[in-house]
Design a protein around this ligand. Structure first.
Ligand code: NAP
Length: 414
């Protein structure tokens, strides 16, 4: 692949796809978008932590070979555009990438860079694991009960961006068409948005959730929807989700209905329970029956709200990792924004990007290195040496900066 303004490193190798699986070399080239604002602080800290864990775990036999690629303000300076083709092609070619937060320029019909990346690379699953680390301040009594992995559909639903503005000729045409064809009475001063949810989009998302549950020995997959009201979109999501489980995983899954009809509610060995919950009820359930939920699959909008609500229970966005994943490509990223007021001050919590980096290590199959970081973060927090966001909520904690926090995590690696 010929790039315009970047050159891939020569001391690493490409991740490839073989027999439908990723083939990970010992020294994979990983493109990295540093990100804008605090992205600069957290990316440096994250690379140091990941490199140290990989070095300590594999004694130099494995290594990440970073490849700097550009998006956002840095890309605008280098290329005169916010999301250059080089960057998209590098992620496509090298398959696994890490990314800091990006500014979305305000105004003028500018599409979010994050949304564009997800769409052009067909990253249809937004994956957000939410788990508590001992010592992290939380607004609930039992944050340790939360251990969910949310698979949120990324390409459909009201987020697909199909909208017409109130008062325009286009919206008038659509309202007239619907009102006259279906004998409805949509007010003429309405804006209109379209909510597509397809069999294709639902099946590939739920399949990914079930595969994850099988690989990780998880107990259940919950389909979260608002199907009691939106029957042909959200309700269909639930139905298609159950169908893909029954059709493709008949020996590995069991539905709640089947569990009661055939097994009197007693889970048979080695099966994953597939259940569904209506979205409003789910928001209560994650508070009141937290540990009954495990892998969660949901359309876009429910997943947006639910991910942040769950993250709040375990200490907020500074500790919430995420990834956008397609059939093979995985783009691992911080879930928060660029927090410009803290940019280049070396104060912000790099936890979200470090944990996203851990998800990336797991995706590469380097679980031991990820586990080493999880344990080191926990120890650092237990020692109460933390960044300002955690320090202000903890009694007797010592406030340290971003780079020092990364150093403490590295020191605490066993
Ligand atoms: P934000 O950057 O996430 O920051 C909002 C607040 O969240 C911060 O002021 C800070 O709160 C807290 N926070 C964020 N990251 C933190 C961290 N690592 N550690 C501790 N606290 C953290 O949201 P925003 O101000 O709404 O958005 C700023 C820019 O980011 C916008 O241009 C937006 O488009 C962009 N954005 C990008 C992404 C992405 O790239 N994925 C996501 C969201 C937003 P306190 O001040 O209370 O400490």
């Amino acid at each position: 692949m010929a790039y315009d303004k970047i050159t891939p490193p020569t001391d690493g190798e490409k991740i490839t796809i073989q027999d439908g699986k990723l083939n990970i070399p010992d020294k994979p080239i990983i493109p990295m978008i540093e990100g804008d604002g605090i992205g600069r602080d957290i990316s440096k800290a994250t690379r140091r932590v990941l490199d140290a864990a990989v070095e300590k775990t594999f004694g130099g036999q494995k290594k990440i070979v970073w490849f700097d690629v550009y998006a956002g303000e840095a890309a605008n300076e280098k290329y005169g555009e916010w999301l250059p083709k080089d960057t998209i092609e590098a992620i496509r070619e090298f398959i696994v990438a890490l990314k800091g937060p990006l500014t979305t320029p305000v105004g003028g019909g500018f599409r979010s860079l994050n949304v564009t990346l997800r769409q052009v690379l067909e990253l249809y699953a937004c994956v957000r694991p939410v788990k508590w680390f001992k010592g992290v301040p939380s607004p609930v009594k039992h944050p340790e009960k939360m251990d969910v992995v949310i698979f949120r559909e990324n390409t459909e639903d009201v987020y697909a961006g199909i909208e017409w503005q109130e008062g325009t000729d286009d919206v008038k045409k659509i309202i007239d068409f619907i009102n006259s064809t279906y004998k409805l009475n949509i007010r003429s001063d309405s804006g209109i948005g379209v909510k597509p949810i397809s069999v294709t989009g639902t099946e590939r998302l739920v399949r990914k959730g079930i595969n994850y549950a099988i690989e990780r020995g998880r107990k259940s997959v919950t389909l979260v929807h608002k199907g009691n009201i939106m029957k042909y979109t959200e309700g269909a999501f639930r139905d298609w989700g159950y169908k893909v489980a029954a059709r493709e995983y008949p020996d590995q899954t069991i539905s709640e209905q089947e569990l009661w009809d055939k097994y009197d509610g007693k889970m048979p060995e080695g099966r994953i329970l597939v259940k569904d919950r209506i979205a409003d009820s789910m928001f209560q359930q994650v508070l009141t029956r937290t540990n009954e939920y495990d892998v969660v699959c949901t359309p876009n909008l429910n997943g947006d709200y639910l991910s942040d609500a769950c993250a709040a229970q375990v200490g907020g966005l500074g500790m919430a990792p995420g990834a956008n994943i397609g059939d093979y490509i995985g783009l691992f990223e911080a879930t928060h924004g660029t927090a410009p007021k803290y940019a280049d001050k070396d104060v912000i919590n790099p936890g979200s990007l470090i944990l996203s980096g851990c998800m990336m290590l797991e995706y590469l199959g380097w679980q031991k290195a990820a586990d080493m970081i999880y344990a080191a973060i926990e120890k650092t927090i237990e020692n109460k040496t933390v960044t300002y966001d955690l320090e202000r909520q903890m009694d007797g904690a010592t406030k340290i900066g971003t780079s020092e926090y990364a150093s403490k995590i590295i020191e605490n690696m066993a």
